[in-house]
Design a protein. Structure first.
Lengths: 458, 64
């Protein structure tokens, strides 16, 4: 008998970089620019930290980063659409900021980067959240994820020109060199690959939230899909207790950096039991583990899980064969590498030229007319996974199969009726005429009669 | 530093059919072909003119 793959809640948080270029004014500081970016939000919500009708959260993070967290999703298609909706929302904020600046007589362009580093080496993240079973001996199992996490950049790295003591090199991952710990409860100070802060935003007797902060922000929808889908599958294997205790990395910080630097995927990862595996061999082991457990439990996969699994296998094979030509238009780090090489060859640029750095940066820019990724996508040079219409829908509409639907419906109703409300991930509250609050500890539940009742009274 | 730091580009055949297939996730093509110089010109047209100033001016404090 076939069983569905265990249902899981996942979501992605993205921090965006912002800058501007002015014709007739000094360049605004990130703080000033962020105020322009959020001015419509602040006008509407009296806050720069809000939940949106699509169930997601938009806020101004420390360091003047716009940050968008997708609503809780249990479908891969939803998490992709919600993440892309966030990109679109922040990009629209940038267009509105340009218009507002223009209305004040300031002509300039506002740029939003979905990347992970600025030009002086500051890093900001793309964090993935996965709900996992509380019953697990959590910390012990997490170490079994690290060999996978340090090597998955082979397919979900976003690529970067990295300044090293030996000069500039192109590496697979934006975040690899900013990871300073493997597993920890701090985020900014030690910046671990897995953050163990215990905030499930759900019934804490049943669930924990796995907070992965080592990932790159992706432009490629295929890379986004692979990142979340493979993690979901590996977590299912982990929860089945089927990751061998021998799969433990000796030095995860060294491994993630070494893997980033070897574009052939042959970098060696030292395991605690003395074995060394190449990055590709490591991915092969996790891929085979996933396949074996799909067989063992007869897990039935969604179409997107199947697509991701098949691509994952093909990519591993391509690395094994030393021929990635089939994935040149698929993986962020490959797309960007070709682009940089083309500029370098055609225009005779040095690797440390500002022009190449600019091209690299603009690959991640979100505007339709200036962002290079978007330009390549519009020309059909890059494939897409999610329909444009699904992304447009996700700007206004929450995922329909999780708690996000309740939050989204509540927020939409409040907006229409101009009702004073407050929300967080787990609570919905009406402020007036009588304060009334509802707790929603089950993120898997998309229906609740109390919420319907609350909405009907608006 | 020279281009040796980049991997050697692999030459993949391209034709009209390839361009069509590019809309699928398994597209087996290079992104920058066909018409490399046309594409680079298009990109150049939308880049800010002062690369140095643009890049060095993008400084964002760390987040999380």
């Amino acid at each position: 008998m076939s069983l569905a793959l265990p249902r899981r809640i996942f979501g992605v948080e993205t921090e965006y970089g912002i800058t501007c270029s002015m014709e007739n004014h000094r360049r605004l500081t990130p703080d000033e620019l962020a105020r322009y970016l959020f001015s419509d939000i602040v006008d509407e919500y009296r806050s720069n930290n809000v939940f949106l009708p699509n169930g997601g959260r938009l806020y101004l993070d420390v360091g003047s980063h716009p940050e968008y967290a997708t609503a809780e999703c249990d479908q891969l298609g939803d998490v992709l659409a919600q993440e892309k909706a966030g990109d679109e929302i922040v990009s629209q904020m940038a267009r509105a900021a340009e218009a507002k600046l223009a209305s004040e007589g300031i002509d300039g362009r506002v740029f939003v980067f979905k990347n992970n580093t600025d030009s002086s080496g500051n890093s900001y993240g793309c964090h993935e959240n996965y709900l996992i079973n509380r019953k697990l001996d959590y910390l012990q199992h997490l170490d079994g994820l690290l060999p996978f996490l340090v090597t998955r950049q082979l397919f979900c790295g976003a690529g970067k020109l990295l300044i090293t003591s030996h000069g500039i090199v192109y590496v697979m991952s934006q975040r690899a060199d900013h990871m300073w710990d493997a597993v920890s409860s701090a985020t900014t100070r030690s910046r671990p690959m897995i953050n163990t802060r215990d905030e499930p935003h759900a019934n804490s007797d049943k669930y924990r939230r796995l907070h992965v902060i080592s990932g790159d922000s992706n432009m490629s929808e295929t890379a986004m899909l692979l990142k979340v889908a493979t993690m979901d599958l590996v977590l299912a294997v982990m929860e089945a207790g089927a990751i061998p205790a021998t799969l433990r990395v000796d030095n995860p910080m060294k491994a993630i950096r070494d893997v980033a630097r070897d574009l052939s995927g042959q970098a060696l990862v030292q395991l605690q039991d003395g074995r060394t595996l190449s990055a590709i061999e490591t991915q092969r082991i996790y891929f085979d583990l996933v396949c074996a457990n799909i067989g063992r439990f007869s897990w039935e996969l969604s179409d997107l899980h199947k697509q991701a699994l098949s691509l994952w296998g093909q990519i591993i094979e391509a690395f094994e064969d030393g021929d990635l030509s089939a994935f040149e238009s698929v993986l962020d780090w490959r797309i960007k590498l070709q682009l940089l090489k083309a500029f370098q060859d055609e225009q005779g640029l040095a690797l440390d030229s500002a022009k190449l750095a600019q091209v690299e940066l603009m690959y991640h820019e979100l505007s339709a007319d200036r962002g290079i990724y978007n330009l390549l996508l519009a020309q059909g040079r890059i494939g897409s996974v999610i329909a444009k219409s699904a992304i447009e829908t996700a700007i206004q509409t929450p995922p329909q199969t999780t708690r996000a639907k309740l939050r989204g419906d509540f927020l939409t109703a409040a907006k229409q009726t101009k009702t004073s409300i407050a929300t967080d991930w787990m609570h919905l509250k009406v402020n007036l005429p009588v304060e009334r609050s509802i707790s929603l500890p089950d993120p898997f539940s998309s229906s609740d009669e109390h919420v319907q009742d609350l909405i009907s009274q608006m | 530093m020279t281009e040796q730091n980049f991997e050697a580009a692999k030459s993949a055949p391209t034709n009209a059919e390839d361009a069509e297939n590019a809309a699928t996730t398994k597209a087996s093509k290079q992104v920058i072909v066909p018409d490399i110089s046309g594409l680079l010109d298009q990109i150049d047209a939308v880049l800010e003119k002062n690369s140095e100033e643009f890049v060095s001016g993008f400084v964002q404090k760390g987040g999380q």
